[in-house]
Design a protein around this ligand. Structure first.
Ligand code: NAD
Ligand code: KPL
Length: 303
């Protein structure tokens, strides 16, 4: 069965190239004819990995092509996921499987609501990739991808195809826990790196601020019935800060490049859930206000 990939950017490109390299059928879904023409002119999708460069002349279609889709990897930013899914809805067969590769939380439920005919599979990835230019992806960091449904269901047989393609992935019965844990890490680290204008390691000099945020995030996770995701959160945040001390967080990089951030699906989701549970989390709320003001001052969207 063909792997349709919508979002031929960093992670989508990384998946598409590895699936194709393993001889599996892959088809890219591009926004419109102009984008398709650009792709064809580029000669294909190029992957840079471990000093090697390989180009894959994958077939591609525009979103409004008529061919049905049975398996889709949706690899857009969280704020683009719903419009992209809606544009494809009429092409998805009954029982189609859609893998949602978005960071944060909130977009997955929005997509699932707009694709009632599909089986939506949520993913949480720690792999790293970036686009050197259009249709040219650099594999920047090894990691792992967790996949699962909410509520839990049995693993699909195509998990073997991911193994064949060298995509490190596992099925989990607790994908929401994985997504919440990553969201909490991102909320404790990313906004502060933007506001203090520092690399992740720079937060070691703001340890009290990080610890206070972790305490509120633990309260939130417990209120959201995500107690497992709350275990030793502060210790893990400190470990990640130390292990990635030389890196700039993804949010820092987005702001520095003048790109829209995924704030609505990270800190924004945390604050919405806190309000829903009537939790007073003053540090988290103040952080969201400061971050939004910072984005507004730079002319960037606050959601
Ligand atoms: P990206 O911006 O590199 O790629 C997204 C792609 O989707 C772009 O090429 C964009 O043009 C395309 N797109 C958006 N709407 C579309 C539409 N309607 N039709 C066709 N194409 C459309 O983003 P990314 O870095 O790959 O991130 C995707 C998700 O994965 C994000 O939620 C991100 O937080 C998460 N993530 C990324 C990394 C990473 O290292 N890049 C790591 C972990 C998680
Ligand atoms: O995932 C990250 C990001 O930058 O988005 C880390 C490195 C964990 C920091 O939160």
């Amino acid at each position: 069965m063909t792997w349709h990939v919508l979002g031929a950017g960093s992670l989508g490109g990384l998946w598409a190239a590895r699936l194709a390299r393993a001889g599996l059928p892959v088809c890219l879904l591009l926004r419109d004819q102009r984008r398709l023409a650009q792709y064809l002119a580029s000669g294909g999708l190029t992957l840079e990995q471990d000093g090697h460069t390989e180009t894959f002349a994958l077939p591609a279609q525009t979103l409004d092509d008529a061919a049905p889709i049975h398996r889709l990897l949706l690899a857009t930013k969280a704020y683009d996921a719903v419009p992209a899914a809606a544009a494809l809805s009429s092409r998805l067969s009954a029982g189609a499987e859609v893998i949602l590769l978005q960071n944060g939380l909130g977009s997955q439920d929005e997509v699932a609501a707009c694709l009632p005919q599909a089986r939506c599979i949520f993913a949480s990835s720690t792999e790293g990739a970036f686009r050197r230019e259009d249709f040219r992806v650099v594999f920047a960091g090894e990691g792992h991808t967790w996949l699962g449904t909410a509520p839990p269901s049995p693993a699909p047989a195509w998990l073997d195809e991911l193994a064949l393609a060298g995509i490190p992935a596992s099925w989990t019965g607790d994908i929401l826990g994985r997504l919440w844990r990553k969201l909490a890490l991102n909320c404790a680290i990313n906004p502060l790196t933007v506001l203090h204008s520092c690399r992740n390691g720079g937060l070691q000099t703001h340890a009290e601020e990080v610890a206070a945020l972790c305490a509120e995030l633990v309260e939130l996770l417990i209120a959201c019935d995500q107690g497992d995701a709350a275990v030793d959160l502060q210790a893990e945040v400190e470990r990640v800060i130390a292990a990635t001390a030389a890196n700039y967080s993804s949010m820092y990089q987005d702001v520095a490049a003048g790109r829209r951030t995924e704030i609505a699906y990270l800190l924004g989701h945390a604050c919405r859930e806190a309000a829903r549970h009537r939790l007073e989390l003053p540090r988290l709320q103040a952080l969201a206000l400061r971050l939004r003001a910072h984005l507004a001052a730079r002319g960037l969207p606050q959601d």
